[in-house]
Design a protein around this ligand. Structure first.
Ligand code: GDP
Ligand code: MN
Length: 396
């Protein structure tokens, strides 16, 4: 699960990570009040208005703007709230901005120039260890740095038996070229950030940029957090940060029925039991000339109700030209699934697109008979190759 920048920063602060302070707002008036409050608390006289959406690259899309007066704050808040923000990560339709973060300006002039770094904590699946990835080249596309100057990206692997060690945090500060107060601040920052990552059972904490201010403070200016869904039951406070407005509405709907649904761009809807079979089915759809419209794993219980919910969700996508149901009857019997399909079909009624059902496993022959004798416009198959042929015919 992803959370917003303002929520991620609240979380970081709780664990002692220095942050760019801010207050979230959902109207221009609230933004002005937030700006006044921030000035009273931090002494800032400029502010940054930051669109809160679950996507990066907001600065490039016009979702991060500097305000030098309260009038600016109001004007920019008015402009950014409600806009469909397009960034390199949102796709061409963009994402609607419902909230903004009014933050203190932390790029104020001083003794030194402010400097931007990159830092993330994540699980390295190759070694099975957490790692800190960092670079002096922050603020910009880290993908580009990785591509063009990979030697500028450093890693620190954490041994789970002893945790993050002092020498490792010091090596981070050293490799970033820091000294004096900034060095000490960075060591503290790294420890606090790692603690936040571990304590929240996160899969990723990405801070880009980490800023060295002109007076040598180290703070998080941006924050992207990906929480491990499987650990959310241990973090009720974090689970409450979920913003369903940021998620695909059909996927949210599917979640209510315990269906694992991921929307894709193709024209053949598919309903399958088991994630591995679902992947194989998507391959097969491609081989027969179609493009999968979705991934849908109905899990172990493919009964009439699940099939009906699955049908409705798949058909809410106007691109779908055919539906392929591919179920292996291991624990669930194929005849039961076949009855479920027939019942669901009758309940929904007006289905205009061809449906191909491939049932294999326990009672597969009986199941095919049920489908064939139902009098409905459903094509049946037992062998996967036949099902693929039917899909091809349906698309022709
Ligand atoms: P992203 O574009 O979604 O990654 O959003 P960020 O939070 O990283 O902000 C984008 C850019 O806005 C940063 O790299 C900074 O250059 C700029 N920015 C952020 N905060 C401030 C600030 O307080 N003052 C100034 N002048 N610029 C800022
Ligand atoms: Mn950023």
């Amino acid at each position: 699960m992803n959370i917003h920048e303002y929520q991620a920063k609240e979380t970081l602060k709780k664990y002692g990570v220095g942050i760019q302070e801010g207050i979230v707002a959902d109207t221009p008036e609230a933004a002005v009040e937030a700006a006044k409050k921030l000035s009273a608390e931090t002494g800032t006289s400029w502010w940054v208005i930051k669109a809160q959406i679950h996507a990066g690259g907001r600065g490039k899309g016009g979702g991060v703007k500097l305000a030098k007066s309260l009038d600016d704050v109001k004007e920019l808040a008015d402009k950014i709230l409600g806009m469909d923000l397009v960034t390199p990560q949102t796709g061409p339709e963009g994402k609607k901005v419902h909230k903004i973060l009014v933050a203190q300006d932390v790029y104020y002039p001083g003794e030194n120039e402010p400097e931007e770094y990159y830092m993330s904590v994540l699980l390295n699946r190759n070694t099975g260890r957490n790692m800190i990835m960092y670079s002096s080249e922050g603020g910009m596309d880290i993908e580009e740095v990785a591509d063009k100057t990979p030697e500028k990206i450093f890693h620190e692997e954490i041994d789970p038996r002893v945790g993050l060690q002092g020498f490792q945090a010091r090596r981070v500060a050293f490799n970033l070229g820091l000294s004096g107060k900034a060095f000490k601040e960075m060591v503290k920052f790294v420890f606090a950030l790692y603690k936040a990552y571990e304590a929240t059972d996160s899969a990723l904490f990405e801070i880009n940029p980490v800023l060295k201010t002109s007076d040598d403070k180290i703070i998080a200016v941006d924050s992207k957090v990906n929480l491990d869904d499987n650990a959310l039951f241990r973090h009720k406070d974090l689970a409450e940060m979920r913003d369903v407005k940021e998620e695909d509405p059909t996927e949210v709907e599917a979640g209510k029925y315990n269906l694992n649904y991921v929307k894709l761009d193709g024209n053949v809807g598919c309903m399958v039991n088991g994630a591995g079979l679902a992947m194989a089915t998507m391959d097969m759809i491609k081989l027969s000339g179609g493009e999968p419209a979705n991934f849908l794993d109905v899990g172990g219980t493919a009964n009439a109700e699940t099939v009906e919910n699955g049908f409705r969700i798949i058909m809410s996508d106007p691109n779908v030209k055919a539906i392929l149901i591919n179920v292996f009857g291991g624990i669930v019997r194929c005849d039961r699934v076949a009855n479920g399909v027939v019942e669901a079909y009758k309940n929904i009624g007006d289905i205009k697109i061809p449906i191909i059902v491939r049932l294999q496993g326990t009672n597969a022959v009986e199941a095919k008979k049920i489908i064939d004798e139902s009098g409905l416009k459903v094509m049946s198959a037992i062998v996967l190759k036949d099902a693929a042929e039917r899909v091809k015919e349906a698309l022709a």
